[in-house]
Write a protein that binds this ligand. Sequence first.
Ligand code: SF4
Length: 443
Amino acid sequence: MTDKSPKVGFISLGCPKALVDSENILTQLRAEGYDLVADYDSADIVVVNTCGFIDDAIAESLDAIGEALNENGKVIVTGCLGAKGDIVQQQFPEVLAITGPHAQQDVMHAIHSHLPRPHDPFSDLVPKQGIKLTPQHYAYLKISEGCNHHCTFCIIPDLRGGLVSRPVTKVMQEAENLVNAGVKELLVISQDTSAYGVDVKYKNDFWRGQPIKTRMTELTTALVDFGIWIRLHYVYPYPHVDEVIPLMAEKKILPYLDIPFQHASQSVLKAMKRPANSENVLKRIEKWRDICPDITLRSTFIVGFPGETEQDFNLLVDFIDEAQLDRVGCFAYSEVEGARSNQLPDHVDEETKQDRLERFMTRQAVISADKLKQKVGTTLSVLVDGIEEDGTVIARSYADAPEIDGLVIVQPTEKANVGEFLDVTIINSDEHDLYAEISIGRH
Ligand code: SF4
């Protein structure tokens, strides 16, 4: 790349789905011969990929746009905030272009008009796996876009449209490219992973001459052949989720399920338009643990949803007591512009919401700490994410997804390399993390 190449600065905010959008845009930019730079001064233009989900994310996105305008002046905005009416336009009329999420071609079009692309595309400089924002040893694999559900608190289906599944062939090809590039862990993501293929009626596609159904279980089974860690995220609790538990028990995919339950009270779940039978959920969890005792369950919940009574909240606390989930995220309900839940009666006052959030998290912290304590004395295989200056190893086990879960912090050792596996013995734990020492060596 010569110094004459047009230079693009990129700010990527938001969830892993937005991150994948950023990676796709960066990959195309690089393929077309644009240079990617990390500072405002050398950038000819700056793209800000925004998040518009909750108030804090909106504020962070608006700050980032403001900063890019101040520091550089030529700014293109994409992502979820771009799809939310004219918030960006009103606050920053000087931005050059605004698009919604998953709008790679629109972003490229805006870049082409404000910073014309060079004549000679350096496509051979782009690695097959594309440009990744994650470390070299793990990557997100997006299998579909959009969602067919209508959870009343969520505007994602309005922003990103209905479910569109990527063809199995494309997903498998991308997975293979990533594995060949050294990726050891694939994090399967989408808005609704278990709905994969619903839009194409689970039709057969082909990979290496073999038919594979466009369906979560079949795709996951095919991914097993790559022999790396496969982790499933955003799995909506459909009945057929049960089908992947045996794959976890056989250690073919990681025994880790990220399955948002959102609440446990029937009436709140009904108001959310979510599947509403927590007794069934408890029975399913029990069954999953019978089949795969090591399974790590991560879930998210919302407290203070409109109409949530103290009794509903207590039901939720009883549920988490009984479900003994390993990892839990919880949010106090906040209004999202355009969400149908805004129109529901009996909104919970802010103080009660915060109080319930605190009570919920305090209860769950005890559960999480207990669950981690049970691992003390066991041996785990961990993937090394980083090594600190004093040699302390920052790693994760099968039970820890990057960014959202805890860590396994291993005593300094010279045997560790970033992106490699290590066998460790757990010697201590706290609410979030495990502490370990190296055991029998690498594998
Ligand atoms: S399933 Fe997820 S993405 Fe789809 S509407 Fe519900 S919360 Fe939103």
